[in-house]
Design a binder for this molecule. Structure first.
Ligand code: URP
Ligand code: ZN
Ligand code: ZN
Length: 464
């Protein structure tokens, strides 16, 4: 049977191996990996000479077209997944947020409707639990069997109706443990946070956007992380801390792992590369996100965590708001739409800052951005590696290509970038999604609707 596509002459990189070779794809799957594939002239060939061939990156944390902070995040499923593809991401996981008084599956079905026909790459959903009762508990196994083994709980966002209290978190950890599910938490200490927000609101004109950082010091995250870890320790449930921003939080994960607690964590480029001095600039309000960007010492502890294994995943928490949307704050830090663009720049930024600066190897980058996310979130080995039988999700990456990031050159609907002017060495040139070329020579050629809902598996044992 002829192949559909061959990627030739590249340096193939997985989490564990580096070798020269060709990859053949047929019917969406990788079917051959060898030194030199002979193919018919009719087969599409991508010449990756002098370039790396990576498994597509997986961003397990995006919020596309999310109604939030009185507006809707600016990258929708179509544009957001286009942006992802341009940045070497071939799978995203978004969120279906349960509405109080309604089932989880209602939220899942509604979110799938919003995404289908729009998505240019494969996508999955986490189910965000906001209403814990007997029906929700009974629904957990069904949701996992449906292909959603990961649940999100917010320890803040009372006003949005999303907040889960500790009792809910505890019970959800117990229930998901039975079926191989995992609970992700947005960990911030709601009562201290609200008290500090009220305190700085009284002086909001004095502090401007910097009040956002004053109201969210490191301990508003790390205390909640420590508490969530305690519930994971007691219940034996599997816990994943999203968008970790504080060095002390990483230390708590480190100590818990040493005790055998089933806890994992992600951080994002904004928490690794930026510090809270950004809030002092003229456009400081643009950087408001939640949790807030912290100090240089926090950056360093998070990098160490990614290198040493305290943190296992790099994701983005993409929740894009353009300058017009951010302007809704009108000088009141409580009204800034919280969130940043990120899915398009994550992988090349982490290559330059992680591999280029010799913080870790290129194999480790793949572990953090593709293989570990696939394993933790029930997609491995369909996604997250280059192996016979895996989906043909590949990225050809030129390690010498120099790119200076400018918002107006990116695909995102955002008209500003937290990384404006950053100089990168190394950038994706070609992206392949299930054997289909969707970015060729830096140009998007994919189609909305090509992406599919990804049914993920329960994970009984994590082997990272
Ligand atoms: O500020 C953020 N991160 N917005 C998106 C929602 C969340 O908390 O992840
Ligand atoms: Zn969050
Ligand atoms: Zn988020």
């Amino acid at each position: 049977m002829p192949l559909d596509l061959v990627v030739k002459n590249g340096t193939i990189i997985t989490a564990t191996d580096t070798f020269q070779g060709d990859i053949g794809i047929r019917n969406e799957k990788i079917v051959t990996i060898s030194k030199a594939i002979e193919s018919k002239p009719s087969v599409e060939i991508i010449d990756a000479k002098g370039q790396y061939v990576f498994p597509g990156a997986i961003d397990v944390h995006v919020h596309l077209q999310l109604p939030f902070s009185g507006t809707i995040s600016a990258d929708d499923f179509k544009n957001g997944t286009k942006a992802a593809a341009m940045g070497g991401v071939t799978t995203v996981l978004d969120f279906a947020i349960q509405q109080k008084g309604h089932s989880i599956m209602e939220a899942v079905n509604a979110r799938c409707k919003e995404a289908e026909n729009k998505v240019c790459i494969d996508y999955g959903l986490h189910a965000a639990i906001t209403d814990w009762n007997n029906e929700t508990q009974a629904e957990i196994k069904h949701v996992i069997d449906y292909g959603i083994p990961t649940f999100k709980m917010f320890m803040i966002y009372k006003d949005e109706g999303w907040m889960a209290d500790d009792g809910m978190l505890f019970q959800a950890l117990e229930e998901t443990k039975k079926w191989g599910g995992m609970i992700s938490v947005h960990a911030e200490s709601v009562f201290v946070l609200d008290m500090l927000i009220n305190r700085y609101a009284k002086e909001k004109t004095k502090w401007g956007a910097y009040a956002h950082t004053l109201a969210r010091p490191y301990y508003t995250e790390s205390e909640a992380v420590q508490r969530a870890i305690k519930w994971a320790e007691i219940t034996g449930g599997r816990l994943y801390i999203v968008h970790m921003s504080a060095g002390e939080s990483a230390q708590y994960v480190h100590e818990a792992k040493a005790k055998g607690v089933n806890v994992y964590a992600e951080s994002c480029p904004q928490y690794l590369l930026l510090d809270d001095s950004v809030f002092k600039g003229e456009n400081g309000h643009l950087y408001a996100t939640c949790p807030q960007i912290k100090k240089k010492a926090d950056n360093e502890r998070l990098w160490k965590g990614l290198i040493d294994g305290d943190l296992q995943v790099i994701a983005t928490d993409t929740c894009t708001f353009d300058t017009k949307q951010k302007a809704m704050w009108k000088g009141d830090f409580r009204k800034i739409p919280f969130g940043l663009p990120g899915v398009e720049t994550m992988f090349p930024l982490m290559y330059t800052e992680g591999v280029g600066k010799k913080r870790f190897s290129v194999n480790h980058l793949i572990r953090l951005t593709s293989t570990n996310p696939a394993k933790l979130f029930g997609m491995f080995p369909q996604k997250g590696t280059i192996a016979i039988g895996s989906d043909g999700d590949l990225v050809v990456f030129d390690p010498k290509k120099k790119v200076t990031l400018h918002a107006d050159k990116l695909q995102t609907n955002c008209d500003w970038s937290p990384f404006e002017g950053w100089r990168l060495t190394g950038y994706p040139t070609t992206t392949i999604s299930r054997g289909k070329l969707i970015v060729k020579d830096g140009k998007f050629i994919g189609q909305p609707g090509h992406g599919r809902f990804l049914k993920r598996k329960a994970v009984k044992r994590v082997d990272l």
